[in-house]
Design a protein around this ligand. Structure first.
Ligand code: TYM
Length: 345
């Protein structure tokens, strides 16, 4: 059965959004709204899988919603809301907890990284994180999921869950008039020159909110001086930039800066090296800083404007919630029939 194309993606409200979130995901979400119906979710229930200060969480949820609007996602044309407002996500996640196998979740590298050495002390929520993610996507029966490279394994798991649900309940799915397959197998959209933006301090580590060094990342709200300073201090090697892509081999920091430049300018690594090949970093870094400031400072300005009126952000989220909940409840009605849970009366 062909499923109607629908895009879903999510972002956690855990502190500042950074250049990796922007280039790897959110910037690309803007373009997708021209071609697809899109649902973008601030995933606060995922955030609390590790400790969050309550006041900070509320603040970050509004900030991330503001960032989505500020980058150019139109909340009238798309759905923007926060996850905890639509309880069907958690409800479907429970059903998926009963579909997914312990062995599948045990293989998740993000859990291993986040739990660290003390796995016994990690929350059950952190372990079950990927089943909630599958529920986020599949409660809308979404078909396309634009994310950065680091979410690839979670999306494969979402596909496995959808497939196992379709297989386990095949008879009931057919019996309830849903054909041979109830859930689509969602496709990851991992595209562009910056699907994995690396730390500015270490080109082998991904840029991340949890890195203790502020100099490892550029935040969407950093001012021009901070952006220039962070790029000036970014780790590089002593060689000039090569003229061809092969010359970036074994030079992760150089490659990262070229990738960032390419993604920010909407071009390719090849084109960036044609223009800047042979340049020293002392010349390339200020050019990159100018480009980054020209792209990011209008977003930061728009975020400040939106955050001055939190009630308006709450209205946008409430409107998105109402539209999302109507779709999600339809799916849950079907799922209750398929699984054999009495329907709500
Ligand atoms: P989160 O909040 O960590 O990141 C949001 C998006 O940013 C991408 N990203 C990066 N891309 C390139 N380079 C980086 N250094 C970088 N760091 C982050 C992420 O890949 C992501 O696309 N589990 C998800 C949130 C989520 C979700 C979902 C996503 C919850 N439910 C359903 C898609 C569909 C997460 O933690 O993203």
């Amino acid at each position: 059965m062909a499923h109607r194309p629908l895009v879903f993606s999510g972002v956690q409200p855990t502190g500042n959004l950074h250049l990796g979130n922007y280039l790897g995901a959110i910037m690309r979400w803007v373009a997708l709204q021209e071609r697809y119906d899109c649902i973008y979710c601030v995933v606060d229930l995922h955030a609390i899988t590790v400790w969050q200060e309550p006041q900070e969480l509320v603040k970050s949820t509004r900030e991330v919603a503001a960032a989505l609007i500020a980058v150019g996602i139109d909340p009238r044309k798309n759905i923007i809301f926060n996850q905890s407002q639509v309880p069907q996500h958690a409800e479907l996640a429970w059903v998926f907890n009963c579909i997914a196998r312990m062995g599948w979740l045990n293989r998740m590298t993000q859990f291993k990284e986040k739990a660290g050495k003390d796995r016994e002390n990690a929350s059950v929520g952190l372990f079950a994180y990927p089943t909630l993610m599958a529920a986020d996507i599949l409660v809308y029966r979404a078909t396309h999921v634009p994310v950065g490279e680091d979410q690839k394994q979670h999306l494969e798991l979402s596909r496995d869950i959808a497939q196992k649900f379709n297989n386990d309940y095949a008879e009931s799915i057919a019996g309830n008039g849903h054909g041979t397959e109830y859930f689509p197998l969602p496709e990851p959209l991992i595209e562009g020159s910056a699907t994995r933006v690396m730390s500015l301090r270490d080109g082998t580590k991904k840029m991340s909110k949890s890195d203790p060094s502020e100099y490892s990342r550029i935040n969407l709200t950093d001012d021009a001086d901070t952006i220039a300073q962070k790029l000036r201090k970014a780790k590089t090697d002593p060689e000039p930039l090569p003229s061809a892509v092969e010359g970036l081999k074994g030079r992760p920091e150089a490659e990262n800066l070229v990738d960032i430049y390419a993604a920010l300018s909407g071009s390719t690594k090849e084109a960036v090296l044609r223009e800047h090949g042979g340049a020293q970093f002392s010349a390339f870094k200020p050019a990159l800083a100018d480009l980054a400031v020209s792209r990011l400072s209008p977003i930061a300005g728009e975020m400040r404007r939106l955050l001055a009126d939190p009630a308006e952000i709450d209205r946008v989220l409430a409107d998105g919630t109402a539209r999302a909940a109507a779709m999600a409840e339809q799916t849950m009605d079907d799922v209750r029939d398929i699984v054999g849970l009495l329907r709500k009366r």
